[in-house]
Write a protein that binds this ligand. Structure first.
Ligand code: AMP
Length: 417
């Protein structure tokens, strides 16, 4: 029987892989201009890291982790905890008081696969570690906005909220639970379960009955201190350049325990129900929790798969590597070694060119050149090699130019549309 890929995984074959690498490189350049530096961490970590940071009661830790070696290790389901672990372990705080880091890496979660939700998926993200100022929050959101804009997405909105400090939130959770207990019978099964272990997540529910009940629920923002509110209001002011995309959503909470204060999500209106392209927020307690001195921080993580879905839905054009500058057709046996010399020399100058490897007729090589979207084609046979001259044909307009000296081909190639 044919062996297939595991459920919830996917292959990126040639064009898709080219586009993924193109996006990765594009995004790296934007990170670089914002002065974010790359960090790489292992594919698996000690399971305790995720239990302690994301939280035992979250969906990820309670049921979605790929753990092995008797549960000792876990394939990373997200990158913030590994980055902060590495930051603390490598004493990166000694290098600079404010560190701006980015990553591009695969993540693993045993989720129920569906469109936009995989078990192995790829994220890029950023962490700005050491500053508690609104400027750091603003830069993080502007950076995320710049990346999505510059790769060509148009139809996205930003939801933003503040979930305050852990203390502020814990008082709110008591009120929320008290309120929801009055409606326990009518809540969805998921929300009934969450009422006991993690009532805050009920605010995330999409169940219509839950939403009705939540309409009159206590509002977290009202439980925040003046300081927390001031931070949030100053941030909103700093974000005035993108204010048309922002909407304050007092029900926005995020799935990990380590979030505090600012939380945000970038939502696409071009894809289906898994419409969060990117999510992030402050996690001012995490570094301390993992052994550093108190270190405020903020970050975001974005999923390549959903961004690619949105790009496709918005008909954005991403190069797929299919264009070729020159196809060299071989006519006859003798030119082979000269063709190899010519294409090797052109390739050493960065010219993307191709020739035939299947001994095909000139006619089918021409067809192949067309299929490969070659911009120019040249046919080399015994006569051309002997006379050291040939005709080069432009595939856009069909024009033909005579070349004298086969080592001068490069002078006739114009790489433009
Ligand atoms: P999170 O790490 O859960 O805050 O998610 C951040 C972003 O990662 C989301 O907005 C998605 O774009 C992406 N993401 C999270 N989980 C998955 C998944 N299972 N499959 C594909 N993308 C995901």
């Amino acid at each position: 029987m044919q062996i297939q890929k595991p459920k919830g995984t996917y292959d990126l074959t040639t064009k898709d892989a080219y586009q993924r690498t193109y996006l990765e490189n594009f995004i790296r350049k934007i990170f670089d201009s914002y002065n974010y530096k790359e960090i790489r961490t292992p594919t698996f970590e000690n399971t305790k890291l995720f239990k302690r940071s994301i939280g035992e009661e979250t969906d990820i830790v309670s049921k979605e982790m790929y753990s092995f070696n008797d549960g000792e290790f876990t394939l990373k389901p997200e990158m913030t905890a590994p980055v902060i672990r590495a930051y603390v372990e490598n004493r990166m705080f000694n290098d600079a008081p404010h560190q701006k880091l980015y990553y591009i890496s695969n993540m693993f979660r045993r989720e129920r696969p569906q469109a936009g939700r995989f078990r192995e998926f790829s994220q890029f993200g950023a962490e700005s570690i050491g500053s508690g100022e609104e400027m750091a929050d603003a830069e993080m959101i502007l950076l995320a906005d710049a990346i999505l804009n510059e790769i060509g997405l148009k139809n996205f909105k930003i939801r933003i909220n503040s979930i305050g400090t852990i203390e502020e939130r814990s008082i709110f959770i008591i009120s929320l639970r008290e309120y929801l207990i009055g409606f326990e019978e009518d809540l969805s099964n998921d929300s009934k379960r969450r009422l006991v272990i993690n009532p805050l997540r009920i605010l995330d529910s999409k169940d219509p009955k839950d939403l009705e009940i939540l309409e009159n629920a206590p509002v977290l923002y009202e439980y925040l201190s003046e300081d927390s509110k001031k931070h949030f209001e100053s941030l909103i002011e700093l974000l005035n350049s993108i204010s048309d995309k922002l909407s304050i959503d007092y029900k926005l909470v995020r799935g990990f325990d380590y979030y505090t204060s600012t939380t945000f999500e970038f939502i696409s209106s071009a894809i289906g129900s898994q419409n969060a392209l990117l999510g992030g927020g402050r996690y001012d307690m995490l570094a301390e929790h993992l052994g550093a001195k108190p270190t405020p921080a903020i970050g975001f993580a974005a999923g390549f798969e959903r961004i690619e879905m949105a790009l496709k839905a918005e008909s954005a054009i991403i190069p797929d590597g299919s264009e070729l500058l020159l196809y060299v057709c071989s006519a006859g046996e003798n030119p082979r070694s000269r063709i190899l010399q010519i294409i090797t020399s052109l390739r050493s100058k960065g010219i993307k060119c191709e020739t035939d490897f299947l001994g095909r007729s000139v006619k089918s090589q021409m067809k192949e050149a067309d299929r490969m979207k070659a911009k120019y084609v040249i046919v080399l046979g015994d006569n051309e090699i002997e006379s050291n001259s040939a005709e080069i044909k432009s595939m856009f307009d069909g024009s033909v130019i005579k070349i004298e000296g086969l080592d001068k081909i490069i002078n006739y190639l114009k790489d433009e549309d």
